[in-house]
Design a protein around this ligand. Structure first.
Ligand code: PLP
Length: 480
């Protein structure tokens, strides 16, 4: 046995790596390329190293405890230390740590999980019902898969040119090439030459920023639908395959659509035979006070993608749900071609499926959706109390997801200078008061705590957020 040794050739460590020293922070800066991170800022400030989780709290390597006010990335709905999920993983690891689902193979947790998801599925579009589940490992993969299924479906129906995809501005759908093309946010596209040309963007359902003077929510919803119809007609309805939409937009700023929005959007899509795909990656599994955001917002999708809280994010797993209307032609085409030629090594991974299954059972056993409904009014009223800060222009919440949006002038809605990065500065101060939140584009801070949060924890978390904003007030006054 021989070991390769480093020589000072092109494979040798960079000088930065040699100078790194031994602290975890310096080694992180030297060796770890972070997702969604400014490398220069990471180099200056260093990483924030998390060491432990406990219920709705995380603890860093210096022993500081924080409320995780965003459930990590909108995902750890059952908190950071659920023993039942750890036990479910260990039991499956010991039995069968990996198997695949190609060529008709499967495992029991995947069968049980697919059955449970279909039993709990939201109403589907038209006269159809959700009938099949396809598994992947991430939200992005689920959305890429759903897009390919839209193409396959239309090709099966003899109209292969019906493949353009529409998403809404400010929508977030992931970062793989197709998903990032649908993610209509500059930070996910700049520098990559995206979006790919078959993806088109339509109006965001953002009443606060998008409505014209005197326009009601219903009027604004009608205009969103009319603008969607104009886009479909401009592109040619025979070339448009699907609209992807989050029931409540998450990363784009927690945007709750105006009243009557989805019924008007659906009417346009039905008119031109365009499929509706609900991206439930954040909204799914209780977040909005129903099992699905599609129920809260009356979406009635033809397909649905979900991930994150499916396993409370303990292990990576995502799913695409197909209505029978979409599945039947796909199955027929696959039969003719001899195979449905799509799948991931980790589709229906047994340990991920076992953890997701237990997470979904716990949701039911503990009536997590009922808990969200009971606690949502308190969450909303604590968010609304933030109106006492005059640098806040808009506050919104539904279920256990919400946001505050900054305004330099509340009356006119005038924004702060983007270069002031007002939301990021507020997030940094609030973090000193013990709550981790996230700045979203457009000077917005999101709230998305684990669904298990108690009434006392909501109060304490918002007391801390208010203390942080009190401290931030002096800075905001200087910038207004
Ligand atoms: N869709 C939505 C609505 C999301 O919020 C996200 C991630 O935040 C994704 C898709 C992408 O999921 P992933 O990061 O697991 O690829």
């Amino acid at each position: 046995l021989t070991f390769r040794t480093f020589e000072m050739t092109q494979n040798s460590p960079s000088s930065e790596q040699q100078l790194a020293g031994n602290s975890p922070a310096s080694r992180d800066i030297a060796f770890h390329m972070h997702p969604y991170t400014n490398p220069a800022m990471l180099g200056d400030a260093g990483p924030h190293i998390m060491a432990q989780g406990n219920g709705v709290f995380v603890v860093d390597d210096a022993g500081n405890q924080f409320y995780e006010g965003m459930s990590g990335l909108w995902c750890t709905s059952l908190g950071f230390s659920e023993p039942e999920l750890i036990d479910a993983a260990m039991a499956q690891f010991k039995k069968l740590p990996f198997y695949h689902s190609f060529a008709g193979k499967t495992v029991n947790p995947a069968i049980d999980l697919a059955e449970l998801l279909i039993a709990n599925a939201p109403p589907a579009g038209g006269d159809s019902v959700m009938s099949k589940v396809f598994f992947a490992a991430s939200g992005s993969e689920a959305n890429d898969t759903a897009m390919k299924m839209v193409w396959y479906y239309n090709a099966a129906l003899g109209r292969p040119e019906k493949r353009k995809i529409i998403s809404r501005r400010k929508g977030y759908h992931g970062v793989t090439m197709a998903a990032a093309s649908m993610t209509a946010l500059a930070y996910a596209q700049d520098g990559f030459g995206l979006p790919l040309d078959f993806v088109k963007h339509t109006t965001a359902p953002d009443f606060y920023n998008g409505a014209k003077d005197g326009e009601s929510e219903e009027d604004f919803a009608s205009r969103c639908a009319a603008e969607l119809e104009t886009l479909i007609l401009e592109e040619g309805p025979e070339t448009v395959g699907a609209l992807f939409a989050e029931p409540v937009m998450g990363a784009g700023g927690v945007i709750i659509p105006p009243r009557t929005y989805f019924e008007k959007i659906r009417a346009v899509l039905e008119k031109y035979d365009v499929l509706l795909v609900a991206d439930e990656v954040i909204c799914g599994f209780g977040r909005t006070g129903n099992m699905w955001g599609s129920q809260t917002m009356d979406v009635r999708p033809d397909m649905l993608t979900c991930a994150k809280a499916l396993s409370s994010a303990y292990l990576p797993i995502s799913a695409v749900m197909l209505s029978e209307k979409v599945y039947a032609p796909i199955a027929k085409q696959a039969e003719q071609l001899g195979i449905f030629g799509h799948g991931y090594t980790y589709s229906a991974h047994p340990v991920c499926a076992a953890v997701a299954l237990r997470a979904q059972q716990l949701m039911q056993e503990r009536d997590i959706v009922g808990h969200v409904r009971r606690i949502a009014p308190q969450f909303k009223s604590r968010i609304e109390r933030l109106a006492r800060f005059d640098f806040i222009g808009n506050l919104r919440a539904i279920g256990l997801i919400g946001a505050m949006e900054f305004a330099a002038n509340r009356q006119t809605g005038e924004k702060f200078e983007p270069s002031q990065k007002i939301a990021a500065q507020a997030v940094a101060i609030i973090q000193k008061h013990g709550v981790i939140l996230r700045a979203l584009p457009g000077d917005i801070i999101g709230f998305c705590p684990p669904l298990i949060i108690t009434a006392a924890e909501i109060d304490d978390m918002f007391d801390r957020i208010e203390s942080g904003l009190d401290e931030f007030s002096a800075l905001a006054a200087k910038l207004c």
